[in-house]
Design a protein. Structure first.
Length: 306
């Protein structure tokens, strides 16, 4: 029996691209983000005007793209009437490479006031993880002592992307750490340009290009302290590297310090460990495979081209 398709006029297929007939909401963005998993993990076959996905042995998802509406037989369209992740995944496979979203939209907490919903403005009320708020990433003892502002316009497009990367860092690494080890502190989260220039005694030309700069522009990074871990930080880094419960792009450890400098990237997840060696100001690189853990001495480019 052919599964019954549900149609949504909110998305249509014209000139080889998915077009939305209304403003893109965070709900739709989240489906564009989850479409990446569909493309990477589901078996599929391309057919006329669409794609058939096979997520399991006895399950088939049918996607059909049309100039007036798009359709799928999943519950997302039947129940929520929104373009589903399978439609966006199918459009990607049919040639629309702009369909997928690499960074998930941030989850903004909203509060009711007199029956009208308004966005909360207190930083401690804005959740970016299960156990962390925006304030956890912005608070800085150095900024407070030196009178340096360390914030950003979180309602702007760059601010929303920064919050998305904070959310990704929490979901992939910090929240699971809290659930396993209970007490986690962010000793350095977001570094605004002025604070970055003060901390690193620089003109800020390299801010915010990488997770190490803590700028949350292209990737997310933070310095953390896992209080209930009593062994050296390098042992903790190896533990996280060997576990499937944690995702990260790199972890950097320093001699005689309990702090882990961690980074996540929206595209890559190399799971490497950088062991800082101050004598030659470079890192020993420990790759995920145990056979490679002797590392590479000397300077090492953090994000290599694939």
């Amino acid at each position: 029996m052919q599964p019954k398709l549900a149609f949504t006029a909110l998305a249509c297929w014209r000139d080889g691209k998915i077009l939305l007939t209304q403003e893109e909401t965070d709900d739709i963005k989240s489906r564009r983000f989850r479409a990446k998993e569909v493309v990477e993990t589901y078996e599929f076959e391309i057919v006329e005007n669409g794609v058939n996905f096979f997520p399991g042995t006895n399950k088939q998802l049918i996607v059909r793209l049309g100039p007036k509406a798009c359709a799928c037989n999943c519950a997302d369209i039947h129940n929520r009437h929104l373009p589903c992740k399978h439609i966006f995944g199918g459009a990607f496979l049919l040639g629309d490479k702009s369909t997928l979203l690499d960074v998930p939209p941030p989850k903004i907490i909203r509060a009711s006031n007199g029956g009208n919903k308004k966005r909360r403005t207190r930083l401690q009320d804005i959740k970016v993880g299960k156990y962390f708020t925006l304030l956890d990433f912005l608070i800085s003892e150095t900024a407070i002592k030196k009178g340096i502002s360390n914030s950003f316009d979180w309602e702007s497009e760059p601010g929303q992307k920064a919050m998305s990367l904070m959310q990704m860092l929490c979901e992939q690494l910090l929240d699971p750490l809290c659930e396993e080890f209970n007490r986690i502190s962010i000793t350095r989260g977001y570094l605004g340009l002025e604070l970055y220039k003060y901390v690193y005694r620089t003109d800020g030309a390299q801010w915010p290009k990488s997770a190490l700069a803590h700028g949350f522009s292209t990737s997310g990074g933070a310095d953390i302290w896992v209080h209930n871990w009593s062994k050296p930080a390098l042992d903790l880094a190896f533990y996280l590297q060997a576990s499937d419960n944690y995702k990260f792009d790199f972890i950097r450890v320093y001699p005689e310090s309990p702090i882990l400098c961690v980074g996540v990237d929206a595209i890559s997840s190399k799971r490497i460990i950088q062991q800082w060696n101050p004598n030659f100001r470079g890192c020993t690189i420990h790759k995920p495979q145990s056979i490679s853990r002797m590392g590479i001495l000397g300077e090492h480019t953090l994000f290599e081209s694939k």
